[in-house]
Write a protein that binds this ligand. Structure first.
Ligand SMILES: [Fe+2]
Ligand SMILES: [Fe+2]
Length: 293
């Protein structure tokens, strides 16, 4: 327990995060970095950037609601303190992605209507399954749903977005780098804390496994809609990146600078589901295959 206390303490968080990789950043990126003009001036690309950033805000608002709700449900003090740091991380994620929407030209007055207009309905469903567990006061399901499923998904989505923005949009890639470091910590906590709880409450397994299956279904439906909706913008983004001389952007064996939306969807779904399996196995849960949406 003492390693756990050290690794997930507020002291460690302060040193590694605000005084570490976030030091000197402005809303997660270097103060002089801006969204590229070639994207801001291209209607198709701008709309796609707004649309995909809305999904990040929706996901992070869910993580903020879930992590803050988990503080009072946590059975031990060390978990409460870690979840307090996570709550601030998630609030920051909501803030930096909201800030990006403003950088993309969404006014403060139009923020909520823009989010409502573009939010992927499957992602909204995904969040509802998790927040329902929180409403019922279910800590075990809440941690698995948030720190394994939601954050496992976020982690891979951020990594993929970072890989495809690295050459063309360093500002956004740097914003994502900080959130990836945060999500890595959150997923680590989930695995470390929940393994012992599952052993303690084996009767909770089937219920938690069913939630994972439901959430995974809505996640795959989210990906399917996101990639099929944006075919034209993705091709346009690849065309502009090639024109600007950006080379390959390899992610899990797929060159994102050339891949079709179908190929991108496949590598993302495959990566996330593989990681779910590994993580669930480590905490003593059996991965349940969702239906194909
Ligand atoms: Fe987050
Ligand atoms: Fe997180």
């Amino acid at each position: 327990m003492s390693d756990f206390l050290d690794a997930y303490s507020i002291q460690t968080w302060l040193e590694s995060c605000p005084q570490g990789y976030l030091e000197g950043t402005d809303y997660g990126h270097a103060p002089d970095e801006r969204e590229p003009g070639s994207m801001l001036e291209n209607e198709l690309l701008l709309e796609q950037a707004i649309q995909s950033t809305v999904q990040l805000v929706v996901g992070e608002r869910c993580a903020l609601a879930a992590s803050s709700g988990l503080i009072n449900l946590a059975p031990d003090q060390a978990s409460k303190r870690f979840l307090a740091t996570q709550t601030l991380d998630e609030a920051r994620h909501v803030e930096i992605f909201t800030r990006r929407l403003h950088d993309l030209g969404v006014s403060k007055a139009d923020l909520e209507s823009t989010i409502e207009r573009y939010a992927n309905p499957h992602l909204v469903k995904f969040a509802e399954v998790l927040l329902e567990k929180l409403d019922k006061g279910d800590f075990v399901a809440g941690v698995v749903g948030q720190n394994i499923v939601l954050e496992g998904m976020a982690f891979s989505v951020f990594e993929m977005m970072k890989a495809s923005n690295e050459a063309t949009n360093p500002k956004f890639a740097h914003t994502l780098a900080g959130t990836i470091a945060d999500e890595r910590r959150h997923v680590g906590f989930g695995e470390n804390r929940i393994g012992s709880l599952i052993k303690q409450y084996p009767e909770r397994k089937s219920d938690v496994e069913k939630m994972q299956k439901d959430m995974s279904y809505h996640m795959l439906a989210t990906f399917s809609r996101a990639f099929s909706e944006n075919t034209a913008a993705m091709a346009e983004g690849q065309r502009l990146a090639a024109e600007s001389g950006a080379g390959r952007s390899e992610w899990h064996g797929t060159d994102l600078s050339k891949a079709t939306p179908k190929e991108m969807e496949a590598v993302l779904a495959d990566t996330v589901l593989k990681e779910f399996k590994v993580r669930l196995d480590r905490i003593g849960l059996e991965y349940q295959t969702p239906a194909q949406p």
